[in-house]
Design a protein around this ligand. Structure first.
Ligand SMILES: *Cc1c(COP(=O)(O)O)cnc(C)c1O
Length: 391
């Protein structure tokens, strides 16, 4: 058994990131500036996006996406219940109404077959989440949005780098005529991290609107139209937020971007080791990767088969913790949290697939910072707990 506790998703930070942060501090431009701008350009290139805006979180990115699209009171936004709560919080922040939809049993992504029934004349946007890094089924979701004239805001917090058919997540959906924005997260546990941070990609005009929302609603461009004096003068055109990404964080992001390909190779190698070892065990279901996608493999989701085990998910996690293996659960469905239960009267069984799968899921340690020994320790612990608790 391991003597040291294994965290489920430690970051992989190299000397390059550290030195770039130090250089940034020494040079003296520490808030949003040239490094944030370079990070935006390089990120947009990587995912094939026409424009990108660096912000301080994916939550901020989604919030200003809604704001830039003018979504607010009286509007409805269709999204999945199987997500981190902030996907839905931002809809509340805008005083719009979240309309939740259940998920597909294999990927746990928004079920396109249930989206149509959730749409009303008040619906303004669909927010699919690429859960665990596995892209949601974009073609049918975009087909519905196209038919109904809806915007699509993708929560790609887990999906860097991921591919759906011929495009990277972050690139525009071909043939779609309505607004399409994509939000990425650089939170501490995500595939690429800046500690806290996020990126919004989309069409240049919309991204520029979002940029104004991201920084106090200040517009220098508006003023430049009227005068040549642009150095100190700004105008406020709307009550914006404070969501910009400082250069200290962009400094980390620039080197995480360079490291991304190698980090993903390591993630895939760990996934392959898990698949091989855990595939033998009839007590658990492993995650899927559909043929038309490339998952970012943000999370390795294990699902217990309760009929084959004497212990439930909670006890399983506790057994792993006793063996110094850290795990997590992604996610408690949004509709099961007190705020949402009380506000909309949702009951756990209202979204039966999400509820059932939540009850039997846990996320195994997965990070490019993990060594082969770490992975072997996880496999040994999981196998041991299963052997000791077969029904
Ligand atoms: C992490 C996460 C977010 C929020 O990202 P932040 O950058 O922390 O705001 C949103 N959605 C999902 C699915 C996430 O996992």
């Amino acid at each position: 058994m391991r003597s040291q506790f294994l965290h489920f998703a430690p970051p992989l930070i190299g000397d390059e990131e550290i030195e770039e942060v130090v250089r940034t501090l020494r040079e003296g431009w520490i808030t949003t500036g040239p490094r944030a701008q370079r990070f935006e350009t390089e990120f947009a290139q990587l995912v094939g996006a026409p424009a990108a805006l660096a912000v301080n979180s994916a939550t901020s990115a989604m919030h200003i996406a809604l704001a830039a699209l003018g979504i607010g009171e009286g509007d409805e936004v269709v999204t999945t219940t199987m997500t981190f709560t902030s996907t839905v919080h931002v809809i509340e922040h805008q005083r719009a109404r979240p309309v939740l939809v259940d998920v597909e049993a294999d990927t746990l992504n928004l079920d396109p077959n249930k989206v149509e029934a959730a749409i009303s004349p008040k619906t303004k946007a669909i927010v699919p989440v690429h859960l665990y890094g596995h892209p949601a089924d974009m073609d049918p979701i975009y087909a519905i949005a196209q038919r109904r004239g809806l915007a699509v805001i993708e929560d790609a917090a887990h999906a860097l780098p991921a591919r759906y058919r011929d495009r990277m997540i972050g690139a525009p959906q071909p043939g779609f005529d309505f607004p399409n924005l994509v939000a990425f997260s650089f939170y501490a546990t995500k595939n690429l991290t800046t500690g806290e941070g996020g990126m919004l990609t989309g069409p240049p005009e919309l991204v520029e609107d979002a940029r104004v929302w991201s920084l106090h609603g200040m517009s220098r461009d508006a003023f430049k139209r009227y005068t040549s004096d642009g150095s100190w003068r700004y105008d406020v055109v709307l009550p914006g937020f404070k969501y910009n990404m400082p250069d200290i964080q962009a400094a980390i992001g620039l080197h995480q971007l360079k490291r991304l390909e190698a980090m993903q190779r390591r993630r895939r190698a760990i996934v392959a080791q898990y698949d091989e070892a855990l595939g033998e065990l009839a007590e658990v279901d492993r995650p899927v990767e559909r043929p038309e996608v490339e998952s970012a493999w943000h999370i390795y989701l294990l699902r217990l088969r309760p009929e084959r085990l004497k212990i439930d998910r909670g006890a399983f996690i506790e057994e792993l913790r006793k063996r110094n293996i850290g795990t997590s659960v992604h996610f408690i469905p949004v509709h099961e949290h007190t705020y949402y239960r009380e506000r909309y009267g949702w009951r756990p069984e209202d979204f039966p697939v999400a509820h059932r799968e939540f009850e039997r899921m846990l996320s195994l340690p997965l990070s490019p910072a993990h060594t082969d020994q770490d992975v072997a320790d996880v496999i040994e612990a999981v196998t041991e707990v299963i052997r000791a608790n077969r029904a």
